[in-house]
Write a protein that binds this ligand. Structure first.
Ligand SMILES: Cc1cc2nc3c(=O)[nH]c(=O)nc-3n(C[C@H](O)[C@H](O)[C@H](O)COP(=O)(O)OP(=O)(O)OC[C@H]3O[C@@H](n4cnc5c(N)ncnc54)[C@H](O)[C@@H]3O)c2cc1C
Length: 406
């Protein structure tokens, strides 16, 4: 492997972890990590939390100190996008016209914030949040008393709302669905989060459809169907992310809302692998392909695929896991269910902490903890085991979860 040449496209969380994991796995050939952003690989979770609040400098989000890459003999090519992959010639082309050959390629191009496809969705007072520069630009606007309208009550929208409230911003959240987190969480959790935010002074408006954003020059008028415009100084859009698949698509790599890979990260080209948010990967535990936008997946899938590229044979196989922090509330979710037929509460929503399980045919398919992280480990184990569980025991806090796993 020492004379091999691996090129990684996308110097984000997955790309950075993959480069490091190649070295840890003993791979001694060339590694070039290519990213279009000017920053070295960094973690995104603090972007809508500590960095937006102003509690940390942006360098704190970096995966490794910049000098680390040189120490590990990893070439960093930053600030320039890869624009084409020539699979026949095994060569990539950059926006500046330069090219680079590869023996094996890893695609970790991640995802980007979905743009609001409405008039005014790209105006100067409208912000999106995907990278460090987005956060720094929005942060500058979040002063005491500023009026911020957030469109979308998914994780990013709610995290921005929580951070903005902590900075004294007056926040209105506008959501089309009847509840927050409608695409990703059980309605019981959406209801809980709605109450949390309303209790912190957020004007949360659900079931409201935005039709346009008008910029008067001094403020925004968010036009909504069947109601008065919502007036704000700025808007932040959190309506989901879309995978950066175009480069792969143009090269003829199979994509389906994500680059399609197996549990080893193989695409339909044996020389090309992929990991992170950009993939729709086979999860052997769930027995289906999933596309996840989560820290754990970016990190661990990238490491697993890098090990395969370095000669290993272990699949990436984990129960999906995600967390979010809003105000003093920590929420964790395991599983990625597309359906369930029953929920079981372990604790009450009025308790300081509780867990909600989602079951299908008697098996746990998801676990959500609110300020109750200690249940998460066993929640994941229950999902992984696929065991039929007694709902009464599951909901009884006097029954140890580990006893149900056994
Ligand atoms: C604001 C925010 C908060 C989050 N909070 C949480 C959280 O609390 N918990 C959690 O579990 N997850 C969270 N996530 C999700 C998590 O950060 C992502 O899942 C993770 O960053 C994905 O890593 P990635 O490397 O696949 O993609 P990315 O981190 O998006 O990196 C992809 C990189 O590839 C680059 N790139 C794309 N195309 C090209 C090209 N053609 N040439 C060169 N470079 C290219 C991009 O510029 C980018 O730098 C959050 C995400 C965001 C945006």
């Amino acid at each position: 492997m020492s004379d091999q040449n691996i090129v990684i496209i996308g110097a984000g969380h997955a790309g950075g972890r993959a480069a490091d994991a190649l070295r840890t796995a003993g791979y001694t050939g060339a590694v070039t990590l290519c990213g279009e952003e000017r920053h070295p690989p960094y973690e995104r979770p603090p972007l809508s939390k500590e960095l937006l609040f102003g509690a940390i400098p942006h360098e704190k989000t970096y995966l490794f100190p910049e000098a680390y890459y040189a120490e590990k003999n990893i070439a960093l090519k930053l600030g320039v996008a890869v624009t084409a992959i020539d699979r026949q010639a095994q060569r990539v082309t950059f926006a500046d016209g330069s090219t680079l050959p590869y023996d094996a390629l890893m695609l970790t191009t991640g995802a980007r914030a979905r743009r609001l496809p409405l008039p005014g969705g790209d105006g100067p007072r409208v912000f999106y949040l995907r990278d460090i520069d987005d956060t720094l630009a929005l942060r500058e606007k979040l002063g005491e008393g500023t009026r911020l309208a957030i469109i979308g009550a998914g994780f990013i929208g709610l995290e921005i709302a929580a951070t903005a409230r902590k900075r004294g911003v007056s926040v209105t959240v506008i959501e089309l669905a009847a509840l927050p987190l409608a695409r990703v969480a059980a309605p019981e959790i959406g209801e809980y989060m709605a109450q949390l935010h309303r209790g912190k002074g957020v004007d949360l408006r659900t079931g409201v459809k935005v039709t346009a954003i008008e910029d008067t020059g001094s403020e925004l008028r968010i036009m909504v169907e069947g109601g008065e415009p919502i007036v704000a100084d700025y808007a932040a859009i959190g309506i989901g992310a879309q995978p950066n698949v175009e480069l792969a698509q143009q090269a003829g790599i199979e994509c389906k809302d994500g680059i399609v890979v197996d549990q080893f990260g193989h695409t339909n080209d044996p020389k090309i692998f992929a990991a992170g948010d950009v993939t729709r990967h086979l999860n052997p535990l769930l027995d289906r392909h999933v596309r996840l936008e989560a820290w754990q997946n970016a990190q661990n899938q990238a490491i697993a695929v890098a090990k395969v590229m370095a000669g290993g044979d272990q699949p990436f196989s984990e129960v999906p896991w995600f967390w979010t922090d809003q105000y003093e509330t920590n929420m964790q979710m395991a599983g990625a269910p597309d359906r369930w037929d029953r929920v079981v509460w372990r604790g009450e929503p009025t308790d300081p902490g509780f867990t909600l399980f989602q079951l299908l045919d008697g098996r746990v398919v998801a676990a959500v903890t609110i300020n109750n992280a200690r249940d998460m480990r066993f929640g994941r184990m229950l999902i992984q085991s696929g065991k039929i569980v007694d709902p009464a025991a599951l909901g009884d806090k006097n029954t140890k979860l580990q006893d149900l796993v056994r």
